[in-house]
Design a protein around this ligand. Structure first.
Ligand code: HEM
Length: 158
């Protein structure tokens, strides 16, 4: 049996397809995670774009970014469980491939901010407009995460 077929035939795969309430329950967990991920990221990116500059950037980061990290504990296991249910279809889906690629690009963009462009945050912590490179990366982050959400939603149709 092809590896994806074996994954689908696993106990989890079968339960995900056969137990009426399991798939929608898992999908709800995925969406709660997505809401937490995108909500926390959007608030932070809008601040980086120069809105709400009276809120100290580093305090905002300390408050919202742990929630971004926590959201992955909801998103990844639920996403994998839904993947297992329809592994052989999803592995061939260009939309799924695009979604996973966009997650990597968005993650790389976030890492570039935290490791490089955002290191001088002390200088624009309060009131000052963040530098253009930081604003560009925040705008890209919003576009990338919205595209990931669109790809996730599209999986049900394409
Ligand atoms: C990290 C950010 C992620 C975001 C923003 C995201 C977003 C979404 C959204 C909005 C949906 C549509 C839910 C619905 O139509 O009710 C979805 C579905 C789905 N996601 Fe994700 N997702 C993410 C990560 C993942 C990961 C890591 C995986 C798997 C490895 C995954 C696998 C799936 C699968 C299999 C579906 C089901 C599609 C369906 O049943 O129609 N997702 N995702």
């Amino acid at each position: 049996m092809a590896p994806m077929g074996a994954i689908e035939m696993s106990a989890l795969g079968q339960a995900m397809r056969q137990w009426l309430w399991l798939y929608p329950a898992v999908e709800t967990v995925h969406l709660v995670g997505v809401a937490l991920l995108f909500g926390s990221i959007a608030v932070f990116d809008l601040r980086l774009l120069g809105l709400s500059r009276s809120i100290p950037l580093r305090r905002l980061a300390a408050h919202v970014l742990p929630w971004t990290a926590a959201s992955f504990a909801l998103i990844v296991p639920s996403g994998l469980a839904m993947f297992v249910a329809h592994a052989s279809e999803l592995i061939q889906s260009p939309v799924f491939a695009l979604k996973i690629s966009l997650i990597f690009v968005a993650g790389t963009n976030a890492a570039a901010y935290h490791l490089a462009t955002g290191r001088g945050a002390a200088q624009w912590d309060l009131d000052a407009m963040p530098p253009p490179l930081v604003r560009a990366s925040a705008a890209a982050s919003l576009v990338l995460w919205i595209s990931v959400i669109a790809c996730g939603r599209l999986l049900a149709y394409v």
